[in-house]
Write a protein that binds this ligand. Structure first.
Ligand code: CDP
Length: 131
């Protein structure tokens, strides 16, 4: 199997989860996601996540644990999610996004999540309540 993994980050800071609104492509614009991107050849999932969050949001993060499960995006492309701690920086939408929000667990449904991200968001909020 030659599947590309998209790694998404459930970024935590001070009891809240970071949500990012996509600005592109047109069919995804306006929907909210856990930010991330494709793992490149030779990279680990954690390395890819740190790189993508730096490129897209200008933040430094530490991946913590894989959220159980994987979600097929299209043939050959599968979504994984990791929790990650914000280490440094204030996230800004540098690429791919036009708005960011920090959500407390009770606000999990306040944004229009991409359907494929919803299971990971639910689990991320469950973990966040235990931290
Ligand atoms: O930036 P890169 O090309 O590495 O990846 P991307 O464009 O951010 O994401 C690749 C694909 O994964 C897109 O089709 C996104 O819609 C999808 N994706 C997703 O469904 N959920 C996420 N949390 C992140 C990406």
């Amino acid at each position: 199997m030659n599947e590309t993994v998209v790694v998404a980050g459930a970024v935590y800071d001070r009891g809240r989860l970071l949500a990012a609104r996509r600005s592109a492509p047109p069919e995804l614009a306006g929907r909210w996601e856990l930010p991330g991107g494709k793992v490149e050849p030779g990279e680990s999932a954690q390395e890819a996540l740190v790189r993508e969050l730096r490129e897209e949001l200008g933040i430094e993060t530490e991946p913590l644990e894989r959220i159980a499960g994987e979600w097929q995006l299209r043939p050959g492309l599968v979504l994984h999610a990791w929790t990650a701690k914000l280490l440094d920086g204030e996230p800004r939408p540098l690429q791919d996004h036009d708005e960011l929000r920090w959500l407390a667990p009770e606000d999990a449904d306040a944004v229009d999540w991409l359907p494929q991200d919803r299971p990971a968001v639910a689990e991320a909020m469950r973990i966040l309540r235990t931290l």
